[in-house]
Design a protein around this ligand. Structure first.
Ligand code: 2PG
Ligand code: MG
Length: 423
């Protein structure tokens, strides 16, 4: 089966900002579309999306965030190279690399390259009569990932009501994804109820659908979520644990970590101890970006003193980039990696990063972005790639629930196993 048409166009994401969609049509008459996500707390080392501010496509509206240049790059540069070719993910990605050999995809825009690469993957799966999950994992039971779900939001996702970006929960005691999701919804509802009863302002729904409550410290935010878990009757630790995304690049000034709501500034070594106390005194099983994206030495020092089973997760540190992952492996800077396809810019290269992480005993967490859309390919990638974990945000907003609902669907229609990577 061959590619008959490739076209890009601008659509909206869940924050009302423009993003790139690409459609790949095949000679059997079918069309396959993917829309790319976009971050708010983006790392400096991510692949570069192209936005139109200051460029020839700059529009009066959309605050300079339109993506017509990236769309034009799909239609005028990428499409002509793919039409009439056999549909094949590797060769699509190789063609894109030939057209844009920059490591960060800055020539064509990572939003353009990823849109085509994803639509190509979905089309290739179709050409083999498989779902996207089965395309990557044709044989045996599929592994449904453990969800890591946002309850409280802060940082760049919620007007900095909290200094840290997320307090999340992980339902490690659940026997199935279906059960896991019901627990999560129960905790979120309880948190919203308790927040209201305590007189907190809880009507700000954050970018990822989480509840935004202005606690001045991470400890108070954790205590609040622990209480919500307990009030549902679930057991903290055995059944549901906490995870944090500190997103600390956002408040590191190159020397100090500045917690504005707490009105405190920590040197690097003080912050290492602050984080270590936090994870030791709370039922936290995973901590993401406890240190800034280029503060490699703090990561390394923390790895030496952190509780043994703690998942130490690099997002802005590693940006789904093979070179940065290899450095973290060599220097023992982290033990887990967040996998975001749009930090990388191509599907097959993203999978290579995940494989390299797994080969070096890193946990892998496939993740959505704060700017999302109705697509559900993320659920298929996390499952087909046997990632073990998935992070999508909250359980509010159809751009989040499309992923959860796809996992529910896979659990019902496929031969699956639900795994607990924290066992
Ligand atoms: C993160 C992500 C998703 P953003 O930091 O992990 O929660 O946020 O997409 O804004 O980078
Ligand atoms: Mg993060």
């Amino acid at each position: 089966m061959k590619v008959s048409r490739v076209f890009g166009y601008q659509v909206l994401d869940s924050r009302g900002r423009p993003t790139v969609a690409a459609s790949v049509s095949l000679t059997d008459g079918s069309t396959h579309t993917a829309r790319v996500p976009s971050g708010a707390s983006t790392g400096a080392h991510e692949a570069k999306e192209i936005r139109d501010a200051g460029g020839k496509f700059a529009e009066k509206f959309y605050s300079g965030l339109s993506v017509q240049q990236a769309v034009t790059n799909i239609n005028e540069v990428i499409a002509p190279a793919l039409i009439e070719e056999q549909i094949d993910l590797e060769s699509i990605d190789n063609q894109i690399v030939e057209l844009d050999p920059t490591e960060d995809h800055s020539r064509l825009g990572a939003n353009a390259t990823l849109a085509v690469s994803l639509a190509g993957a979905i089309a290739a799966a179709h050409s083999q009569n498989r779902s996207l999950a089965r395309f990557f994992s044709p044989e045996g039971p599929l592994t449904i990932p453990m969800p890591m779900v946002n309850i409280l939001s802060g940082g760049a996702h919620a007007n900095r009501t909290l200094d840290i970006q997320d307090v999340l929960i992980v339902p490690t005691g659940a026997a199935s994804f279906t059960q896991a999701l019901s627990w999560i919804v129960a905790v979120r509802e309880m948190a919203a109820k308790l927040g209201k009863e305590s007189g907190y302002i809880t009507n700000l729904i954050a970018d990822e659908g989480g509840i935004a409550i202005a606690f001045d410290s991470a400890e108070k935010a954790c205590d609040f979520v622990v209480n919500a878990i307990e009030k549902t009757g679930l057991k903290v630790g055995n059944e549901v644990s906490l995870a944090l995304d500190i997103a600390s690049t956002q408040f590191f000034d190159g020397k100090n970590y500045n917690l504005a709501n707490l009105n405190k500034s920590y040197s690097q070594s003080e912050f290492i101890h602050y984080i270590n106390n936090l994870v030791s005194s709370q039922p936290i099983i995973s901590i993401e970006d406890p240190f800034a994206e280029d503060d490699w030495s703090s990561w390394q020092e923390f790895m030496n003193i952190a509780p043994k089973n703690l998942q130490i997760l690099g997002d802005d540190l590693l940006t789904t980039n093979l070179n940065r992952l290899n450095r973290a492996i060599a220097e023992k800077s982290a033990n887990s990696i967040l996998i975001k396809a749009n930090q990388n810019g191509l599907v097959s290269a993203t999978l290579n990063v995940l494989k390299q992480a797994r080969a070096n005993n890193f946990n892998t967490v496939v993740s959505a972005r704060s700017g999302e859309n109705e697509d559900s390919w993320l659920a298929d990638l996390a499952t087909g790639w046997n990632a073990g974990q998935i992070k999508v945000g909250s359980t509010h907003g159809s751009e989040r629930n499309s992923k959860w609902n796809r996992l529910l669907e896979l659990e019902v229609i496929e031969n699956t196993r639900f795994i607990n990577p924290f066992n």
